[in-house]
Design a protein around this ligand. Structure first.
Ligand code: MV4
Length: 448
């Protein structure tokens, strides 16, 4: 096991990793930009190193700054958190070239899943059900039109180098194909420097269901059920829950086994998420994320496991602490993302926190790096915390969320808290009757 690890991240996730390390008796090193000198992750870690100016490119994304911080402090491994360098294959390669360990998957697995066509081909070959569509890239408009006729409209054109919704265009009919195809290509080129696109049948009202997998890198892997993350705005998740309210135990076991077997076969190491669209009782693979996700705590809550601890264990060559048969779901968990944003436009709202009170009590977890008097810097993501609740069943979790939101005080900046009070008044939220379009539609009708 490692003696000391470095956390190449900031905010609540850096603190999350410090906590796991401390419980394991592992010393932690925080890195920070000059804008984050007073951040909680820096205060809570055993040591800290300033790695550059506020701009992420010169601090949290700087390979030489982070590798140097490891050398200075004697950290043996790097936990990337989510975002920043967590899915950067080149960084993983450089970490390994310096004799350090990346706490996450191999550079090769990151590369394969980062290219969305290769990811889909790989998953298809491993028996994972995929959205019907083109076999690989579509290079010409003629080819795209031919596919549209064969498959039937609507279709969606996606960037091979994309993910998370960037470079995506829907064509409702043949007449819309030219514009959609050309726009998808030029946006992909502009965003990723690569204009390759592929085409899929467009699913009109699916849910976003993602399966949590975990591998030991030696051919063993498990699944930890699914999360329903359909409540999104502009491809940003807002509210996540586990288990998915629309997924039966039989469906969970079946898709979970397919996913666990797939990642076992490729010797996947650590935490991963296999994303599906779920419509009319069918799962369709769209992407795999090769990182720990923001919403991992809802899975931790219902399975009673510490996913960061397991990540650190397998990275050091140890086994996971569980096998599939040990993993049983207990109750229901919901997470809401607390962003420093002003409604109704979700515009960033950085500034000083004048009063902070975290909720508590049975089944309440607050993952946040906030404190009284903290100044949220304007340079980074607007996520300032996650409120996660756990109950014996979904109604209990919803009631607990309502109660915990009532206790939460964050003054001095605007936050997304009022949105959750309003969502909890919605029948569809209580019945679990929502899909990927529900929130955008609700925002249009409730916030103009
Ligand atoms: C789709 C789709 C419908 N049909 N693919 C958006 C982000 C990226 N991860 C995949 N996305 C979608 N792919 C097919 N074939 C609809 C979406 C989509 C979406 C997916 C999940 C959550 C929210 C979404 C919002 C709009 C579109």
């Amino acid at each position: 096991m490692f003696n000391k690890i470095l956390i190449a991240n900031r905010g609540e996730i850096a603190l999350r990793v410090v906590r796991a390390a401390r419980e394991m008796g592992i010393a932690s090193v925080a890195v920070h930009s000059t804008a984050d000198a007073d951040a909680m992750h820096v205060r809570m870690a055993d040591e800290s190193v300033c790695i550059g100016p506020p701009s992420s490119a010169q601090s949290y994304l700087s390979f030489p700054a982070i590798i140097s911080a490891c050398e200075i402090t004697g950290a043996e491994a790097i936990h990337p958190g989510y975002g920043f360098l967590s899915e950067n294959a080149q960084f993983v390669q450089i970490v390994e070239d310096h004799g350090l360990t990346f706490i996450g998957p191999t550079a090769e697995h990151i590369r394969v899943m980062g290219d969305k066509i290769t990811a889909k081909d790989t998953m298809k070959a491993l028996g994972v059900p995929c959205v019907p569509g083109s076999d690989g890239g579509v290079a010409t408009l003629d080819e795209a039109k031919k596919l549209g006729e064969e498959m039937g409209y609507p279709v969606i054109i996606k960037a091979t180098a994309g993910g998370g919704g960037r470079g995506m265009k829907v064509a409702q009919n043949a007449g819309e194909m030219e514009r959609a195809f050309m726009t998808a290509r030029s946006e992909s080129k502009a965003a990723f420097g690569n204009d390759e696109v592929y085409i899929e049948k467009y699913l009109t009202t699916p849910r976003h269901i993602e399966v949590q997998v975990f591998g030991d890198g030696k051919g063993r892997a498990v699944h930890l059920g699914e999360r329903d993350c359909s409540l999104q705005r502009r491809h940003q998740k807002v509210f996540e829950e586990a288990p998915g309210p629309a997924i039966s135990a039989e469906e969970r076991a079946a898709i979970g086994k397919v996913c666990a077997d797939a990642v076992a076969k490729i010797n996947y190491i650590g935490a991963g998420t296999i994303e599906f669209l779920y419509e009319k009782g069918e799962f369709f693979f769209i992407e795999m994320n090769t990182r720990l996700q923001v919403e991992h705590p809802v899975t931790e809550a219902i399975f009673g496991v510490d996913l960061v601890r397991e990540q650190i264990r397998v990275a050091s060559g140890m086994d996971m602490t569980f096998q599939q048969e040990d993993l049983q779901i207990n109750g229901h968990s919901i997470e809401v993302r607390l962003n420093a944003e002003k409604l109704p436009n979700f515009s960033p709202s950085p500034g000083r926190i004048t009063q902070y009170h975290a909720p508590g009590g049975l089944g309440v977890r607050m993952d946040s790096a906030l404190y009284d008097g903290y100044a949220i810097p304007p340079y980074y993501d607007s996520l300032i915390g996650k409120l996660i609740v756990h109950g014996r069943d979904r109604p209990e979790a919803l009631a607990r969320l309502n109660r915990a939101l009532g206790e939460l005080i964050i003054d001095g900046v605007d936050t997304t808290i009022p949105l959750f009070h309003e969502l909890l008044a919605e029948g569809d939220i209580h019945s679990g009757d929502y899909n990927i379009h529900w929130l955008e539609h609700w925002l249009e009708t409730h916030m103009g």
